[in-house]
Write a protein that binds this ligand. Sequence first.
Ligand SMILES: *Cc1c(COP(=O)(O)O)cnc(C)c1O
Length: 357
Amino acid sequence: MVNFAAGPVMSNEGVLRIGAEQVPYFRTAEFSEIMFENEKLMKKFAYAEEDAKVVFLTGSGTASMEAVVMNVFDRTDKVLVVNGGSFGQRFTRLCEIYNIPFTEIRLEAGKALKPDLLEQYNGQGYTGFIVNVHETSTGVLYDMDLISQFCNKNNLFLVVDAISSFLADEFNMCKLGAGVMITGSQKALACPPGVSVIVLSCESVKRIEEKDVKSMYFNLKDAIDNAKRGQTPFTPAVQILLQINERLKEIDKSGGVIKEIKRVSSLASDFRNKIKNLPFKIVSESLSNAVTPLHPFSVSAYNIFLELKDNYGIWICPNGGELKDKIFRVGHMGCLTADDNDKLIWAFNDMKSKGLL
Ligand SMILES: *Cc1c(COP(=O)(O)O)cnc(C)c1O
């Protein structure tokens, strides 16, 4: 099986080996050391402030999206939410659920966020801005410099969901002035799903400490307190945290975050060059290195996914809802190589010769 999905993605041997071992007890100095190292490397790779805090939440990415919305915003805020697909939509739902006043900036599938669209929200009393750097459902990477400038000018607290972009596209939390960055274990971190990670600037820690959130599991104040001793309030997904440790150390040893981003980016370019003669069109105005969203000219996108899965042992990523038959996505995250790209291209050509493309 070769997996080109947008998550979970394929893990390397080191990560897989840890998954086959017994799970150790975790209220120990040894486990705390591993958590401190995880925190240190996450901060390093996200270019976070020296005194930033990192929370490792057991739950998929959405758990951290929810925890962040609950813990950093309240009814006195007025938030702008970029909604260009299903992950942006998720943040608008969370604002509704927690009664946080918000305005959504709606974008059509595949469209980038342009300066003139933001213009109208200048000086309108907003206090926060929420964006998924990479809207994975449509494969659009937003212009973070533009967003950062807008937030600076209007003094907005910036929350960034970088779940599918961290380690795939350049991201500098300090430079952007982001208050929060969220990522997840099953995207470019290339571990099993189950842990999401929240990097918190000093300003956001202050925000969290001043609020009294009504939740036990999603209380970030509690999580930050426990993190001071390298622990979590409740039993975490111990094994995934050990796998994250393995992966972060491996990236650090083999050249760091820039090198890892280059690796993903060259895999993405390799794939994009090789599909030039296939009957597809790339349907994003601004691509991430993480995913290539494709529109097939004459067959259903979903049928391509089924055919590859059932007859070639290859997984790509289908879309849901109204994009189901129009778009499929090919991921470049995880333990993939240019040879794997060749296998997928071979399968596409074979399908073409059989009239299936
Ligand atoms: C994968 C992803 C998430 C999280 O989804 P989960 O299924 O909860 O892990 C959130 N935002 C983006 C942009 C994603 O790509």
